[in-house]
Design a protein around this ligand. Structure first.
Ligand code: MG
Length: 252
């Protein structure tokens, strides 16, 4: 558990970076209109991170042979996470796109994601986005000292399955703050009362990933993009939060 508990001072700095990052994400999301490329969204996000004095923490992340090439992940429709922005990927009416962004700021890391509609979308896609957001809200309600990771995981899963959606098994949230990814792993599914205990000072990236149909995943040939195997839609929301004596404090 070493390193998982952040000092009060570090949590304030994480909150400072988190607020900036969330603002950048929301402004990038406003640009997600029919006709724009995912490349352009990334260009905007990277420029804004630089302006803020931060470093895009996803850029160059991963294996030396094939590092992630961008500061923003753009995952469209059946893509779940880690979609690579591209000049050839032009968003069109009816798409849904998950925008996931991470930043190092004053040596501390935050991580946040949102899924947005491109123009008018189907009612099913709308319900998926709304349910994923609700799933995150329900998960955050479980964040308090003494609760366990399984309580967060269960709340995430229940909100999804109540609406007939599934949650991914192979990916999840994580500790964050001193590094991009830290322990503990925060699954999107689980049983109440199980897993590591939450303590004041822990900082977690909580990120429900919901699928329209089955939760089975596959990698695309680029080695990064993860999509649903059955081609169903997927949505993703994420906040970086701190466990406080009073419950959950959203830092992004
Ligand atoms: Mg994350």
């Amino acid at each position: 558990m070493k390193g998982q508990i952040k000092t009060a001072k570090d949590i304030e700095l994480i909150a400072e970076g988190g607020k900036i990052l969330r603002d950048i994400l929301l402004r990038a999301a406003e640009l997600a209109e029919p006709g724009i490329t995912t490349w352009r969204l990334n260009e905007f996000a990277e420029a804004e991170i630089a302006k803020a004095g931060g470093i895009p923490s996803f850029k160059n992340y991963g294996p030396k042979k094939n590092p992630f090439p961008a500061g923003l992940c753009t995952s469209v429709n059946s893509q779940v996470v880690h979609g690579i922005p591209s000049k050839f990927n032009i968003l069109k009416q009816g798409d849904i796109v998950s925008l996931d962004i991470g930043m190092e700021y004053k040596k501390l890391f935050t991580d946040t994601a949102i899924t947005v509609a491109v123009g008018r979308i189907s009612s099913k896609a709308k319900l998926l986005i709304e349910t994923t957001k609700k799933s995150l809200d329900m998960a955050l309600k479980q964040v308090r000292p003494g609760n366990r990771i399984g309580d967060i995981a269960w709340a995430t899963q229940k909100a999804a399955e109540d609406e007939g959606f599934s949650v991914v098994r192979d990916l999840g949230g994580h500790g964050v703050g001193y590094e991009v990814h830290e322990d503990p792993f925060v699954p999107c599914y689980g049983k109440p009362g199980t897993g590591p205990k939450l303590q004041t000072g822990m900082v977690l990236a909580i990120e429900p990933m919901l699928c329209e149909h089955e939760y089975f995943l596959q990698y695309e040939p680029d080695g990064w993009t993860i999509s649903t195997k059955d081609g169903g839609l997927s949505a993703h929301f994420e906040h970086t939060v701190a466990v406080t004596d009073y419950g959950c404090r959203i830092l992004t």
